[in-house]
Design a protein around this ligand. Structure first.
Ligand SMILES: [Zn+2]
Length: 234
């Protein structure tokens, strides 16, 4: 009786641990702030993965976000062999919904990222992995979306019997614009988010990442606090 009481007390004292995959972009920042609000008692950890030519600024912004969110620890994994299609020597012909994938697509990226996150999760006894993919990602890339995530969770159940680890994408039903509105509502420090695909220390304003960001902020009437080398007119 005493032992079972002690066990239940110990059980209730152990906080839930969550690992958030944090890129430095708005979406994963929203996922992180959402977890903090919805489960304030949780211990939150973050993980960033550096791949070939990943922008140093993006990595730096991810670390800033992690610090502002007050995560227990922010882990960085180096996977420099992972290349975007545009950086491959002989890019494979990979299409999705009959169209070519954007040059920033990294083949098998999410299977690798999620697997790395699962390994790290077991090392800190986290039972939940949270990723920031949204509905636009799911429509544009093959390795995102509810079916892919459920398939990965099935693999987790088979890979880690009895451990009960799940991967969740709480923003998967929301468009990129809806996620930006959520960022404002959650108080995400947008000045510490990075959306540029270029290598510079400042948002270039020319790449598709910057153009999409500028358009979204403008259309929603939200002030974008980051600096740009160039501001595009509508
Ligand atoms: Zn840019």
């Amino acid at each position: 009786m005493v032992n079972s009481l002690k066990a239940s007390l110990q059980g209730s004292e152990v906080p839930e641990r969550v690992l958030v995959l944090l890129s430095g972009g708005i979406d994963s920042a929203v996922a992180l702030w959402m977890i903090r609000r919805e489960r304030p008692e949780s211990e939150v950890y973050s993980l960033s993965i550096n791949y070939y030519r990943r922008s140093a600024a993006e990595a730096e912004y991810a670390a800033k976000l992690a610090a502002k969110a007050g995560v227990v620890s922010h882990t960085i994994i180096e996977l420099h062999f992972l290349r975007e299609i545009e950086d491959q020597q002989s890019p494979s012909q990979i299409t999705y919904k009959g169209a070519e994938l954007p040059p920033v697509f990294i083949p098998v990226r999410n299977l690798i990222f999620y697997s790395c996150a699962a390994h790290v999760a077991t090392s800190i006894n986290a039972k939940r992995i949270v990723v920031g993919h949204n509905r636009d990602d799911a429509e544009n890339f093959p390795d995102v979306g509810p079916t892919f995530i459920e398939s990965f969770n099935q693999l987790l159940r088979e890979s880690l019997p009895g451990y009960d680890l799940t991967l969740e994408a709480p923003l998967i039903k929301y468009t990129k614009r809806e996620v930006l509105r959520m960022a404002v509502e959650l108080g995400v420090p947008l000045e510490d988010t990075w959306s540029c695909w270029g290598p510079g220390a400042v948002h270039c304003g020319r790449c598709e990442g910057c153009r999409t960001r500028q358009r979204m902020f403008r259309d929603l009437g939200i002030r974008d606090p980051v600096a740009y080398e160039r501001i595009n007119t509508p």
